[in-house]
Design a protein around this ligand. Sequence first.
Ligand SMILES: [Fe+2]
Ligand SMILES: [Fe+2]
Length: 205
Amino acid sequence: MSPTQMLMIEHRLIEQVLNCAVEMCRRAKTEGSLNKVNAEKILDFIVNFSDRYHHSKEETHLFRMMEERGFSPYQGPTAVMRQEHDLGRGYVKQMSDSLKGAATGEKNSLVNFVENAYNFVEMLRAHIQKEDTKLYPMANNVFGHEDQIELTAAFNEVEERETALGTQTKYLALANELADFYGVHKVDLKNVQDCGSEVCGGCGG
Ligand SMILES: [Fe+2]
Ligand SMILES: [Fe+2]
């Protein structure tokens, strides 16, 4: 499996949790308060799986290598992707800050949490789409065989370190627990294809 295929599989799991976040916010608006336990689980996933685990592989290894192969770190696709990661961190900070009040039904906190969650979901869905369809193909176009080997080795090191911490197992279970709770479709990670979709039968991928 290539490094960008690994990242695309992670995207599918992140999207599953984004779908749960949308449903959690919909219910919070109807019920007048936020489900504190699930909101904490979703933020835990976003901070530790999406950002610390997935985004750091992109920023520290993939984007860095693209920049070494000629992409500007100050403008252009990797710079935009880094800016969007930072934008997401801002939304997540707002969500964390308003979580406690939102869970008690305090109106301003609830509105703030839901608005930031919706902005975050919209931004990250579009970000993932850009990476799957534009950025990763660009990377694969400029990387040579040796680059792919080097990047794979760097990703494997991250995988080993995170496996020792139980990261992948913990957050896969958490994503599926949330999907069960909210009735959200669970992605079949074993059948994600190169195009980023689950087996669709239409793309030939
Ligand atoms: Fe990204
Ligand atoms: Fe990504």
